[in-house]
Design a protein around this ligand. Structure first.
Ligand SMILES: Cc1cc2nc3c(=O)[nH]c(=O)nc-3n(C[C@H](O)[C@H](O)[C@H](O)COP(=O)(O)O)c2cc1C
Length: 311
């Protein structure tokens, strides 16, 4: 199985719905985290969780909370919107978040994680999975966290085996992932640095028994990667047609929901910062999109970028 990772600012509901409409090759969609600001949920998070914006068959919202009280508040809002499966974020690496004791900021405090899970499993009817890093500062933190996670009936655990200090670069700690395979009693999902079919095969060879893979940037850079991993063969023309239709679907949906074309164009620029990697010269492709001043030049520019793919 392949899961689409939550990527704040990228895999928003427009992306998820367009992806499902055009490709439909991932088995679950994770909504980027929702969290409280001044004890309230910002509107931008509510839009992301509305049922009408999440029609795919399995969509899992993610909660970023510092303690059981915050978690419960967010869980209640999600329950009111019809969700019964939740994911706890123990991975966000940014100091703005970790300094407030959220995301991977909780990893050095397994007792706090215990309290959140204990509270959830004593009062909730829903199911819960956890997405975590190997540690905040050191992968040694993983050992005590695994002990806590093993005490609860989690649905699954998704591990991005980097420490938070690495952010998104540097080596994945494969020993930490192997440690989790050996010591976690839950289903374990692999996440991190799968950018090609070969990357996937390498990880599959190393980590026997893992059958679910969460992909983030690899899908943003090549939305057809799940096709490749699942062995769905496509001609060059079919690939180009699907990719073309994907960005058109995104644009159409952004235009429907944005109050002006400039905002829709900004969202498409952001989308292309990764999507440009579908083309032989990503820097050049992205440069063309970046310098667009108005939406009326978008389609001709995109057509010329796609021409390079075809010819
Ligand atoms: C821009 C960006 C935003 C992200 N937002 C989230 C998020 O909201 N929740 C989360 O659990 N992880 C988030 N992540 C981490 C990804 O879900 C994933 O764990 C990470 O990118 C490693 O997987 P990949 O190498 O397949 O991209 C984010 C990553 C990036 C680059």
């Amino acid at each position: 199985m392949i899961y689409l990772a939550p990527l704040q600012g990228f895999t928003d509901y427009v992306y998820r719905a367009s992806y499902a409409e055009v490709f439909n090759t991932v088995d679950a969609y994770f909504i980027p985290y929702i969290s409280l600001k001044n004890n309230e949920i910002p509107n931008k998070y509510i839009r992301e969780i509305l049922p009408e914006n999440n029609a795919q068959s399995r969509v899992i919202p993610q909660i970023l909370a510092k303690d059981a009280a915050e978690f419960e508040l967010l869980e209640n809002v999600l329950t009111d919107h019809g969700y019964s499966e939740f994911n706890l974020n123990l991975g966000c690496p940014y100091p703005m978040v970790t300094n407030r004791g959220k995301g991977s900021g909780l990893l050095p405090f397994p007792d706090e994680i215990y309290k959140i899970l204990d509270h959830f499993f004593s009062q909730s009817k829903g199911t819960l999975s956890v997405k975590l890093r190997a540690g905040l500062k050191s992968a040694d933190e993983l050992k005590d966290v695994v002990k806590v996670l093993n005490q609860f009936p989690l649905k699954e655990v998704i591990l991005h085996a980097r420490v938070a200090d690495q952010l998104y670069s540097g080596e994945i700690d494969e020993n930490a992932f192997s440690y989790a395979i050996e010591n976690l009693k839950h289903k374990l999902v692999y996440n991190g640095d799968i950018f090609s079919k070969q990357d996937f095969l390498d990880k599959q060879n190393k980590f026997h028994g893992v059958d679910t893979w969460m992909l983030g940037r690899g899908i943003l850079m090549n939305p057809l990667l799940p096709h490749e991993i699942k062995g769905i063969e496509l001609s060059g023309k079919e690939r180009a047609d699907l990719l073309f239709s994907f960005q058109q679907t995104m644009l159409k949906r952004y235009l429907e929901i944005m109050d002006n074309e400039g905002n829709a164009l900004n969202k498409m620029r952001q989308f292309w910062s990764y999507f440009a990697y579908c083309f032989p010269n990503p820097k050049k492709a992205f440069k063309h999109i970046k310098k667009l001043k108005a939406l009326n030049k978008y389609n001709p520019t995109v057509k010329s970028i796609f021409n390079e793919l075809n010819g």
